[in-house]
Design a protein around this ligand. Structure first.
Ligand code: SF4
Length: 267
């Protein structure tokens, strides 16, 4: 069911150079101010997705160890965010969301709960209508402390784009000891989550009917609030994979709608 992808060239995306970036016009969040809790000069991630817009993860890790010294402190994050929000408020500019995302996997940040509490206080003071959000690869949802921090946020957009352990390893290349079964159990423990799935074809394809059927089965198990499906928007780490066509995304969205009875959006 994969069809010819668009041939428009994909643009490269650079790493975020600091703690605060944007606001950017996000496909999912509207006008969103981004927070990067991760290093400014390299990607820190527990996955090495073939489609990553930041290129390959040089050190795929679940335990950052001495790389923790490269992360900003909760106070530095709070100060940077307050400065940015104060400037917007002086200009009377509204934002739709404050989103934790950045150069890799944000839940690897060890003081996530503390930083989320600070973000919420600042949001309430300066932009009370903005939603707080996180985009996570779901690798840490087995950790109860991470789930407590995630529960504080308005929007939890969690990656889930493979329906089998084999596809998960081929597409996302997780660090040991991350297994799909644990991710599914952790996601089931979280309330009000949105799942996001990137569909690609080429050297690895997760958009064929068999792969989609296995993925739908897992969606029915997790029961998220909704599902977001998309394809490549930027140049992928592995140049041998391609975006799927709009017709393929539309077919997958219909399958989510009718076979899993879940809300679905195409981005
Ligand atoms: S989880 Fe996100 S940041 Fe990490 S490799 Fe995959 S796409 Fe890139």
């Amino acid at each position: 069911m994969t069809r010819t992808p668009s041939k428009t060239p994909l643009k490269k995306l650079s790493l975020q150079p600091g703690i605060i970036y944007g606001p950017v016009q996000s496909r999912r969040l509207g006008r969103s101010l981004g927070i990067n809790l991760l290093p400014a000069d390299y990607k820190l991630c527990s996955f090495n997705c073939l489609y990553c817009q930041y290129g390959w993860t040089k050190n795929v890790t679940f335990t950052p160890g001495d790389r923790l010294k490269d992360l900003p402190s909760p106070d530095a994050v709070s100060t940077a965010l307050e400065n940015a929000l104060a400037e917007f408020s002086r200009g009377d500019k509204a934002i739709d969301a404050i989103s934790i995302c950045g150069n890799g996997e944000p839940t690897l940040y060890p003081a996530l709960g503390e930083v989320v509490a600070k973000i919420k206080k600042l949001r309430d003071r300066y932009q009370p209508d903005a939603r707080t959000a996180i985009l996570s690869n779901s690798s840490t949802v087995g950790d109860p402390a991470v789930r407590v921090a995630l529960a504080l946020l308005d929007l939890k957009i969690m990656k889930f784009d493979a329906g089998s352990e084999e596809m998960f390893r081929q597409l996302n290349h997780p660090a040991a000891p991350v297994y799909m079964g644990e991710i599914i159990s952790g996601l089931k423990e979280l309330e009000n989550i949105l799942l996001q799935a990137c569909f690609v074809q080429g050297r690895v394809t997760n958009a064929d009917p068999d792969s989609v059927a296995m993925w739908l089965e897992k969606l029915r198990e997790i029961r998220p609030l909704g599902v977001q499906v998309y394809t490549l928007d930027r140049e992928p780490a592995d140049k041998r994979i391609e975006r799927v066509s709009a017709a393929t995304l539309s077919w997958i969205a219909d399958a989510v709608r009718w076979r899993s009875r879940l809300k679905v959006e195409i981005f």
